[in-house]
Design a protein around this ligand. Structure first.
Ligand code: NAI
Length: 465
């Protein structure tokens, strides 16, 4: 029988208490896993000057699978988030959060069984933000074809592997036509490669309402990062909240599993933390490794324990972490059929990443520019024509400014002027344009506007009121 080596990071706060619970249960269940302890968190910051030492990253690199306890991120300044650092270091592009009702945990529904797959690296989490003027902050929502395709393909692979019936793309492509439009386009393309799995899509606002009213409508969901962040907490709420919500971060060849909750400093050291979410994260890790039999056995023992009324305080019981752990161990079903259900993973999960493409290769032409600039009043001296470029629209807060409407609107001190050309532009045209406008306006950003060779505009039209 193959023994898997897994990196174990116990973490801060309640981390060591709930990690010990998993270690004891896995030992009792004779799960074929050997832990390699590695360290991250506040203690490392004091000892090594970094919250995540190189040796820890090296351990994850070597073992490819890690189980991580919660770590504390000091608010305001301080060190960067360990989770974000690990996610970026291993390009963990998918955050997988199952939400399955837990018997004995009182909620509005008792039959929730969803898996939410959230893009984990891009979107507003790329963290590309700017002050454009003293009144205007801008955040770029970066949605890419390779990034979206990787997470969407993972969602379909997961659905197939777990025998789920449907994958739903959750988006806002009616408003974010370009960025969410791309996410949805990738989804529709990839869905065709999985004819055995149903696929559909839904707007994120409607998805929230439907999740509360008819959660059975969903099975596996895939979402861009920010929507995924919000909707996954909604799903955690459906099954009883933070204490029971597990998660895993998946990348090409690497996977790091951790509960959704944090280090709970308010109850740390008291021995009363609920290890359920962390145990379920470890169960998710076993499924990832193909050890389905071991995973089901431990999950069944956990569920049986909760049904029998043994719960930690946060769930209305009076067991402490140790008592709860002991009860789970005593409820482990016999081991006999477990190994037969295991289909150990021989190779780490990998998804093909799309090769980068060039605008030239795709036949894109520059047909204009959007010039963003700071001004206290609508500018009077913007050139109407620069070389081939003609001023078409001046806009503010995304909406076109007609000269006779300016009186009635509140105008921000950040404007956009759209210049278009009848002919494709060259770099010299852009350079000439910048030379000409720089003395006229305090510009902050110049954005190229592309058109495909068959005439499709690759930028959104400016809204007209
Ligand atoms: P938190 O999740 O640690 O705690 C929120 C509330 O839920 C607290 O009242 C806590 O006692 C309770 N709670 C959480 N997990 C519990 C459990 N297993 N059993 C019983 N009660 C539980 O969130 P908070 O307070 O916002 O963050 C505390 C620290 O954790 C912060 O430094 C934060 O940055 C960090 N954090 C780390 C995460 C990670 O490492 N994955 C994720 C979220 C937060």
């Amino acid at each position: 029988m193959e023994i898997y080596t897994v990196t174990l990071i116990r973490g801060d706060g309640i981390g060591p208490e709930i990690a010990e619970s998993v270690v004891e249960i896995f030992a009792a269940a004779e799960v074929p896993i050997r832990w390699e302890e590695a360290y991250a968190g506040l203690a490392c910051l004091e000892q090594y000057g970094t919250p995540i030492p190189e040796a820890t990253l090296e351990s994850i690199r070597r073992n490819r699978v890690a189980l991580k306890g919660p770590t504390t991120t000091p608010v305001g300044g301080g060190h960067r988030s360990i989770n974000v650092a690990i996610r970026k270091a291993f390009e963990l592009f998918a955050n997988v959060r199952p939400a399955r009702s837990i018997p004995g945990v009182q909620t509005r529904y008792n039959d929730i069984d969803l898996i939410l797959v959230r893009e984990n690296i891009e979107d507003t989490y790329a963290g590309v933000e700017y002050w454009q003027t003293p009144d205007v902050a801008e955040s770029l929502r970066i949605i890419s074809r390779p990034g979206s395709s990787a997470v969407i393909r993972y969602a379909f692979d997961l659905a197939r592997r777990l025998g789920r019936r449907k994958v739903t793309c959750v988006h806002k492509a009616n408003i974010q036509k370009v960025s969410d439009g791309l996410f949805l386009e990738c989804f529709r393309q990839i869905a065709q490669e999985y004819p055995d799995i149903e696929s559909d899509d839904i707007l994120v606002d409607n998805a929230c309402m439907q999740l509360v009213m008819r959660p059975e409508r969903f099975d596996v969901m895939v979402l861009p990062n920010l929507f995924g962040d919000i909707v996954s907490d909604l799903c955690a709420g459906l099954i009883g909240g933070l204490g029971v919500a597990p998660g895993g971060n998946i990348g090409n060849g690497y996977a790091v599993f951790e509960a959704v909750h944090g280090s709970a400093p308010d109850i740390a050291g008291k021995g009363i933390a609920n290890p359920t979410a962390f145990i379920l994260s470890a169960v998710q890790m076993l499924h990832h490794l193909g050890l389905h039999g071991d995973a089901e056995r431990i999950e069944n023992a956990l569920r049986y324990t909760l049904v029998s009324g043994i719960k930690t305080r946060d769930l209305g019981g009076n067991a402490n972490t140790r008592e709860f752990t002991k009860a789970i161990i005593s409820n482990l079903p016999p081991c006999a059929q477990v190994r037969a259900r295991n289909e150990p993973m021989t190779e780490p999960y990998r998804t093909p990443m799309l090769a980068p493409r060039s605008t030239e290769g795709e036949g894109w032409q520059t047909v204009g520019v959007d010039l963003f600039f700071h001004a206290l009043q609508p500018p009077k001296d913007l050139p109407q024509q620069v070389g081939r470029l003609t001023l078409r629209t001046l806009s503010n807060r995304g909406v076109a400014l007609e000269p006779n409407q300016r009186e009635n609107r509140y105008l921000l001190n950040w404007y956009r002027a759209r210049y278009l050309s009848e002919q494709p532009l060259h770099d010299e045209d852009i350079a000439e344009f910048l030379n000409r406008v720089t003395p006229c306006v305090a510009w902050t950003t110049l954005q190229r506007l592309y058109r495909t060779h068959d005439g499709i505009d690759l930028f959104s039209p400016i809204l007209v009121e």
